[in-house]
Design a protein around this ligand. Structure first.
Ligand code: ZN
Length: 143
């Protein structure tokens, strides 16, 4: 009797272990499927990133080519001033002047500065009295 009970107990244990194994195998299959999905998604995202970087590189090359053409038509002292300001002012050497405001430093010009701006010749190089950037007069400067 004792041997039969022992055999029965071992069979119960074996059954429990087999159920645990099946459960673990199901979990492994689920995790493997999730991992495969994540790997596929990562591959898609990497492809999209590579394409975006490639597109931006192409746009940068075009922009640099256009910049070189534009710079070649500008007077050398203006280009020198622009490059100097650009290195001193967070990479922005010139800023738009719109509605009395320098869009480089976001400050509004005083009435006196605006009067000077209005009186300046169209080809005179203006500077922001606050940040010193070259001011590019837009159609709506606010005078
Ligand atoms: Zn400014």
């Amino acid at each position: 009797m004792s041997l039969e009970r022992r055999i029965s107990s071992l069979e119960d244990t074996e059954l429990e272990v087999m159920e645990q194994l099946e459960s673990a195998q199901r979990s492994l299959a689920e995790v493997t499927a999730e991992t495969d999905e994540m790997a596929a998604r990562a591959g898609e995202l990497q492809s999209a990133l590579d394409q975006a970087v490639s597109d931006l590189d192409a746009q940068a090359r075009v922009a640099l080519g256009e910049r070189e053409l534009l710079v070649s038509d500008l007077p050398e002292p203006l280009v020198t001033l622009y490059e100097r300001m650009r290195s001193q002012a967070d990479g922005v050497g010139a800023a738009a002047l719109r509605r009395r405001r320098c869009e480089g430093c976001r400050l509004e010009l005083t009435a006196s500065d605006m009067a000077d701006t209005a009186a300046a010749a169209p080809d005179e190089v203006l500077r922001c009295p606050e940040c010193n950037r070259i001011l590019v007069r837009m159609s709506d400067i606010g005078v």
